[in-house]
Write a protein that binds this ligand. Structure first.
Ligand code: ZN
Length: 414
């Protein structure tokens, strides 16, 4: 846990050289293949039997230990999704499954009760998607699936469909705006997936339960070709459809990192998390209630300094907020907000070092811009690990074409 804030100071020359040493280290390591990608898991279920089997706190721990950037979660019934969402709003993106219990996957599309259940929950909670649902062939044109497509449009939701290509095409044809995330990529071959992606620009595909992809750490030529041809349309998923599979989340992420590292870095990063982020987050950002414990809502510049929130600079105001309590050797993420200033063309870089030891972190953190308006910039930094207890220092570099500011902030980690 973090101790009280100790000092805020402008960098001295020794701090600057320390900072430079870290940056130089980063530059030297930039050419190496990255193997510690954050992962977005677009296919998690936490259904009623899983809730009985594994408490939600443990599930969140498993996801954190997997260094997940976020998870798209849908559950039968919805209770499991809500439990996780309340515990970790920074990590969980809720999807709405039309199933009240396990075992409704072949009946829901003719069941008025399932539709009423969906309509009730849409009126109550916020979601990013409807699904994952199972639907094949001409069943996609039945009245209940048609209504689901209308609801997806009305509530700005992605359809997460476990379907054959025929049903996917029927869903897309019903509405000119709705997007489909094709669960398991339809269990189709890379060539068949490529064919569907070429025909439909509102289609994305997840690789859940496709253990043949990268098996043994090796990617076959046909998958490499698909990822190269469609670098921004494919994403990962574990598919925790049974209670035991919740425990497979870290192993799945680790396995994916192995085969991802054989792809060019930008393609790997896309499949690892950016494609899921770019598809899902705009929906979630638009749909989720403001100020409901989301990291973006709480790390505004009206925050007060506490164990997890550090006001690193006051002109401009710069806040570094840890998204969970920082613990030795546990990966964590922070959100940096710069507000009430002209942030046009501003870039942020965060690092941490131990001034007394003259060294920094052993890993390079990942920076992602979450929001960039004229007067506010939010950047999420993932993959931070402070590997020993003691006195640490945030190093925040703000850079525009005309200026460079470096801010430091001391804190104790016990
Ligand atoms: Zn599934």
């Amino acid at each position: 846990m973090l101790g009280e804030i100790m000092t805020f100071s402008l960098p001295t020359s020794s701090k600057l050289s320390c900072f430079c040493a870290i940056l130089c280290g980063l530059v030297l390591s930039a050419g190496h293949a990255q193997t510690d990608f954050p992962i977005a898991d677009a296919h998690i279920h936490y259904s009623h039997d899983s809730v009985e089997y594994t408490p939600p706190e443990r599930v969140i721990e498993l996801m954190r230990s997997a260094n997940l950037k976020f998870a798209l979660v849908s559950s039968s019934d919805d209770n499991g999704t809500q439990l996780l969402s309340e515990l970790a709003p920074d990590l969980i993106v809720p999807g709405l499954r039309p199933y009240r219990r396990r075992g409704e996957l072949s009946t829901w599309f003719t069941d008025d009760g399932a539709l009423a259940y969906v309509e009730d929950l849409l009126a109550t909670n916020a979601y990013a998607s409807i699904g994952e649902f199972h639907l094949y062939g001409e069943s996609a044109d039945l009245p209940i699936p048609r209504r689901i497509v209308e609801l997806a449009d009305q509530y700005n939701l992605i359809l997460h469909a476990h379907s054959d290509a025929d049903a996917v095409e029927r869903l897309l044809a019903q509405n000119s705006k709705v997007k489909v995330l094709w669960a398991h990529s339809g269990f189709d071959s890379p060539a068949e997936i490529a064919d569907m992606l070429s025909k439909h620009d509102r289609l994305w595909a997840d690789l859940a339960f496709r253990s043949e992809v990268g098996s043994g750490g090796q990617l076959s030529e046909d998958w490499i070709e698909l990822f190269t041809q469609y670098p921004d349309r494919m994403m990962l998923g574990t598919d925790t459809y049974t209670p035991e599979r919740m425990y497979f989340i870290p192993e799945h992420a680790e396995g994916a990192r192995v085969w991802l590292s054989s792809l060019p870095a930008d393609i790997a990063e896309g499949v690892a998390w950016k494609n899921a982020y770019n598809l899902i987050m705009p929906h979630w950002e638009a749909n989720r209630p403001a100020n409901l414990g989301s990291p973006n809502a709480t790390a505004n510049c009206g925050v007060s300094d506490d164990d997890n929130t550090h006001i690193v600079g006051d002109e401009p105001t710069v806040v570094v907020q840890a998204l969970k309590a920082i613990e030795v050797s546990e990966p964590f993420s922070v959100l940096i907000t710069v507000c009430d200033t002209d942030v046009n063309d501003m870039k942020i870089k965060l690092n941490a070092s131990m001034p007394a030891h003259g060294h920094g972190m052993n890993y390079e953190p990942e920076h992602s811009v979450m929001e960039h308006t004229d007067s506010q910039l939010k950047v999420q930094v993932d993959g931070l690990v402070l590997h020993m207890p003691g006195n640490w220092e945030w190093l925040v570099e703000l850079r525009t074409p005309d200026m460079k500011t470096e801010l430091t902030y001391d804190f104790d980690l016990q």
